[in-house]
Every structure is written in C-alpha cells, then in structure tokens.
Design a protein around this ligand. Structure first.
Ligand SMILES: C[S@@+](CC[C@H](N)C(=O)[O-])C[C@H]1O[C@@H](n2cnc3c(N)ncnc32)[C@H](O)[C@@H]1O
Length: 323
C-alpha cells in the first residue's frame, strides 16, 4: 500500500513539473528558500606533521623570538647536507672532487675567520689596566680550537646543489658521509685529544661516531645504541667507511644507556650523548613513524625524562680527572 502511494506521488509530481512555469526552474534567490550552513560531523584529522609544527610554533616561537620565522622556513625546506670527508679513503681525490663542485670546508673556513678575529682583537686591545690584564689571563681562547682532521664540505649559501651519494674507492671504502652539517658541532665541542678513550652512548646510525674517528685521536671508541635495528645500521656504516684495523678499534654495544653503570666499570676521557629527540625536521615533513602521532604520545611525553636520565648518567662514567 505504502509503495503504491509513493509511486502515485512521484507520478503526480512529475506531471506537475512538466506543466510548471519556467520561473519554477530559474536559479536565484527564492523568498521561501533558506540556506542552512552545513557542518561536517567530524573535523578532518590533523596530520602528525601539522601537530608537530603547532607545537614548535608554540615552544620555539617563545624560545627563539624573532629568529623563529627563518628557522621555521629552513625546517620546512629541503635538507641541505654536508659531506664529512672520510680520512680512511682516498682523501686527496675526495677533496678534489668536492672542491670541483665549488663546495667549501666550513670548518676550515670558520677556523680562518676565527684566527682573523683573534688577531684583530689582539692588535686592537693591548691590556692596559690591571683588570684587563687579569681578564686576558683568565679568559679562555675566544674560540675553541678544533681538530684539524675533521673536514666537512657544504655548498655556499644560495647554492642549491646537492651531493651525490658517495662511491666506493679502489679498496671499497666510501669517500664521504652525508649528514646535517650541524651534527659535526657537538663532536668539535667534545675536543677529543690524542690517546683519548671515548664513548658514544647513543651512536646509531653513526654519523658522529664516524666524525669522532676522523680526528684520529681515539685510542679506543665504544659506540652504543639501545635500538638493535639501528645498531645494525651503525655496523654497516662502520663497515663501509673504515678499514679492518680501525673497525677493530671500535666496540659496538646495544645496551640501554640508563643502565650503563650496572654493566660497565670502565671510565672514559670523553663521552658523547646524542640523546633521542623529536627529530624536528622529519616531524614537520614526514608522516611515517612520526613521533607526533597519537600512538606515540606517551613516548613523546617521556622524552625529556629519558634525555635527563641519559645525561645525568654521563657524569658517572666520565673520567673526571681529565675534565
Ligand atoms: C639522535 S639519535 C643518535 C644519532 C647519532 N648520534 C648519529 O650521529 O648518527 C638518538 C639515538 O639514541 C638511541 N637511544 C634511545 N634511547 C636510548 C637509550 N636508553 N640508551 C641508548 N640509546 C638510546 C636511539 O635508538 C637513537 O639511535
């Protein structure tokens, strides 16, 4: 019965439409028609990279102030790599090939600027008062000296060239390692001295371990990382960049750095702790395995605590006598 009614109604409506005046079909405002705003039942899901950017805007905006907009742009831009020269390969040929690309060793360049600055400061300011003489005795060198053996090439500002992946030389060793040039800075700050026993507590995939080895100063080096899969990557890097005799000088372990003092009794002259972080560039550019996903919220919230625990431990196994 209901079906018959509906069919009847449809037929009548169609008949009415056929006879309807043309104005019925005219588009335009209609007195009795009102437009109701429609809302989606659910908001489109915020992507993890968007969440990351919002968090950074809130925190780094405060922290960096006027510098944040330009830092933000570079964070969102394509990464510009530096090429860390591998001194265990055919160095001269590698350097030549990098210089042919008009890349410059930013460490050597900054060293030159430092020396010029230092000499101009010395020329300008002959200490006259007793206070100036005291200050000149107590103040450290204006800029710390860096190992002359670490070389990292970058393209100059404005040059958007990119380095090709390194190729193996005649003995099968890769000539350079591509990394964020800023990754070299903590290694320079560590200021490894000849004969030092060094620990790299969070080492994988191994960029900084490799930079530490470039100094040629590590008598022994332990490279540790909690993650087994990343430790495999670390081993592969060491295998691809080091001759056998240098590989043998590196001990690779895969322990939780927080328990290091329960498993280890040795002390070290220098310890590098490159704590796990929010991986900012990756977080604003990639969705895959992003630490800002809802599923990794707990891990993200615990990150500062983990960083603190690892850093506190640092003090416990450093040979304080050499500090
Ligand atoms: C920032 S990455 C290190 C990058 C590395 N230094 C390099 O230059 O290639 C941090 C590393 O810490 C490791 N890690 C996280 N928790 C750790 C822990 N409790 N103990 C040791 N390593 C840990 C992670 O697996 C990750 O590889």
């Amino acid at each position: 019965m209901a079906v018959a009614h509906r069919a009847n109604g449809k037929r009548l409506f169609l008949r009415y439409l056929r006879k309807a005046p043309p104005s019925f079909f005219a588009l335009g405002p209609c007195r009795h028609r009102h437009y109701k705003k429609k809302w989606a039942a659910t908001a489109p899901p915020a992507t993890s990279s968007r969440v990351a950017l919002q968090v950074f805007d809130m925190n780094y905006g405060d922290q960096f102030g006027g510098l944040w907009p330009s830092i933000r742009i570079s964070l969102l831009s394509m990464q510009k790599y530096g090429a860390l020269v591998n001194n265990f390969s055919d160095v001269e040929q590698v350097i030549q090939s990098l210089e042919d690309l008009s890349a410059v060793d930013f460490i050597q360049e900054s060293q030159k600027v430092t020396e010029e600055l230092d000499s101009s400061i010395e020329e300008d300011s002959v200490p006259t008062s007793s206070l100036q003489i005291e200050l000149s005795k107590t103040q450290p060198q204006h800029f710390p000296s860096v190992s002359p053996n670490i070389k990292c090439y970058t393209f100059p500002k404005g040059d958007i060239n990119r380095f090709r992946p390194a190729r193996p030389d005649i003995i099968g060793i890769l000539g350079y390692y591509l990394l964020d040039a800023a990754s070299i800075l903590p290694v320079l700050a560590l200021n490894v001295q000849p004969g030092n026993i060094v620990l790299d507590l969070c080492a994988a995939p191994g960029g900084k371990t490799l930079a530490l080895l470039q100094t040629g100063y590590c008598r022994e080096l332990t490279a540790n990382d909690l993650s087994m899969s990343r430790t495999v990557r670390l081993r592969n890097v060491l295998r691809s960049y080091l001759p056998k005799e240098i590989q043998n000088r590196v001990r690779v372990t895969s322990w939780d750095g927080r328990n290091w003092c329960h498993t280890e009794t040795s002390t070290y002259d220098k310890v590098l702790v490159d704590v796990p972080c929010t991986n900012d560039r990756k977080s604003v550019l990639e969705e895959e395995n992003n630490i800002f996903t809802y599923a990794r919220k707990g891990e993200r919230q615990m990150l500062p605590m983990l960083q603190l625990q690892l850093l506190i431990l640092l003090a416990m196994f450093v040979n304080l006598g050499n500090w």
